[in-house]
Write a protein of this length. Structure first.
Length: 342
């Protein structure tokens, strides 16, 4: 599977919904080329195809490969420890970190799960368990569940027949990250370099989960209304310089859904972006950035590292969960981090 990284999002060159980018996202499906959908589907989803899609109430779809009963909390806490060890290495070189874990769609939109389907007690408590553990070891972990809960009731929190959170939820989490960053102290860089946000716009297409269904069910579920920003005005005559903050993550933080733009707007600074598909995984994605010429040329003041709750139990060594090039021993991952930032 091809590994696509999108690096150095610059507010002065607004990133709008680019058709070519959306087509490339489909490579994460490892399935039929269905144009015009977003995708973050991991390897095991493509293997099971439509059988991995849960049809809920009101034509809502959920990813069936993310278990609602097997909490795997101990493995998730080990991942939090590894994240903490990694961010400690970054901090020793003057780079602060903020961690974002995108919650399960079922956690934020449980009201449309199928009748009789609920999260187990362990899964229900898992997100708070990770947050509590992060707090106890001093890891800055943003409460994305709380941020998304605050989205206006008139707006979707996750896209009905798609894996991803909505543009409004993405921006709500980005705003929470901005508060965490600015509360840690003054940001470097030039004020006035932040992204100018465009107006909300509606685009109609099939969600990525709908695209996995058989044709008759896909037609019955229908297309989604993606509410996303149009490209805003350029930042003006201010030269924002290199990114003060770098976002590293998966397609939850891609420009189409507005995360880097909102973060840049909220902190009024230039924000860089490195994102890859879900198959690459958060560990290799971070290495992609730290081992890149962009990092060597400019070390940011802060790094925002984004994960998915449904993959938190998978460490770098989780063979079968990441593409082959992304699997490595946990110690090898830390060694590469140390070498990259030395």
């Amino acid at each position: 599977m091809t590994d696509h990284s999108h690096t150095l999002f610059q507010p002065s060159a607004q990133s709008g919904p680019i058709d070519g980018t959306r087509r490339r996202l489909l490579l994460a499906l490892a399935a039929a080329p269905l144009a015009g959908t977003l995708s973050l589907l991991p390897r095991r989803a493509s293997a099971a195809a439509s059988t991995s899609v849960i049809e809920g109430r009101n034509l809502w779809l959920y990813p069936g490969w993310e278990s609602l009963t097997d909490d795997a909390t101990p493995a998730c806490l080990k991942a939090v420890d590894l994240i903490h060890e990694t961010t400690g290495k970054l901090a020793a070189h003057g780079i602060q970190s903020v961690i974002v874990i995108a919650p399960l769609k079922a956690r934020c939109c449980a009201e449309n799960l199928p009748d009789g389907m609920t999260m187990s007690a362990g899964v229900a408590a898992r997100y708070d368990a990770m947050r509590s553990h992060a707090t106890s070891i001093g890891l800055p972990l943003v409460n994305a569940v709380e941020a998304i809960a605050g989205v206006d009731a008139a707006q979707e929190k996750y896209i009905r027949a798609d894996y991803h959170w909505s543009g409004h939820a993405s921006e709500a989490v980005a705003a929470r990250v901005a508060k965490r960053l600015t509360s840690a102290g003054p940001l470097k860089g030039t004020a006035g370099a932040g992204t100018r946000l465009g107006k909300w716009n509606e685009e109609v297409r099939y969600g990525d989960l709908a695209a996995l269904l058989p044709p008759d069910r896909k037609k019955a579920v229908g297309k989604d209304h993606f509410i996303v920003r149009t490209a805003g005005a350029a930042a003006g005559l201010v030269d924002g310089g290199p990114p003060v903050v770098q976002v590293v993550g998966n397609s939850m933080v891609q420009p189409y859904l507005g995360f880097p733009q909102k973060l840049s707007n909220a902190i009024d600074r230039t924000v860089g972006l490195t994102w890859t598909f879900g198959d690459t995984g958060p560990w290799k994605t971070l290495l992609n950035y730290l081992e890149s010429p962009a990092f060597k040329a400019n070390r940011p003041q802060a790094l925002v590292w984004q994960f998915n709750e449904g993959q938190m139990m998978n460490l770098p060594s989780a063979a079968g969960q990441w593409d082959a090039a992304s699997v490595m021993a946990d110690d090898a991952f830390l060694d590469r981090v140390s070498k990259a930032i030395a």
